[in-house]
Design a protein around this ligand. Structure first.
Ligand code: CO
Length: 137
């Protein structure tokens, strides 16, 4: 049976990524491992590893993406929590079987062959939950 292994990252959505970096890196003292632009998501993201997980800062780079609309509606703050699982399709099948609403019924494939999918926040008491499965585990 599919299992959750760890919290992979929590994602915070921001308008001002430099301001957020100044807090998380300069004031709170985390190191930035990577800053990149995700063309598919139309977002600039920064990763700050901490204790085997990461804080991910996400800034929408266009005005009309899903992320941009989310930011307009709710303002900056918590966007999603990501859980690493050992079998993402197995987890999605189990959720579907139990009538849990999903954003993605089959995983998408991202950087380095990582599979990911989202559970709908209406089914998770208001928290958007992302699932990750790393290749080769
Ligand atoms: Co994420």
């Amino acid at each position: 049976m599919a299992k959750i292994k760890r919290i992979d990252h929590i994602a915070l959505i921001v308008q001002d990524i430099q301001g957020a970096l100044s807090l998380w890196r300069d004031t709170l003292g985390l190191e930035v491992s990577e800053i990149k632009h995700l063309t598919g998501e139309a977002a600039q993201v920064a990763f700050l590893p901490v204790g085997g997980s990461e804080v991910e800062l996400v800034k929408p780079t266009t005005g009309d993406s899903g992320l941009a609309k989310y930011l307009d509606k709710y303002g900056p703050g918590m966007h999603h929590v990501c859980l690493e699982v050992d079998d993402i399709q197995g987890m999605l099948d189990k959720l579907k079987e139990q009538g849990i609403r999903l954003v993605d019924e089959t995983p998408k494939t991202g950087d380095h062959g990582k599979k990911f999918a989202f559970i709908h926040p209406k089914a998770t008491f208001g928290v958007l939950v992302e699932l990750y499965e790393y290749p080769g585990v």
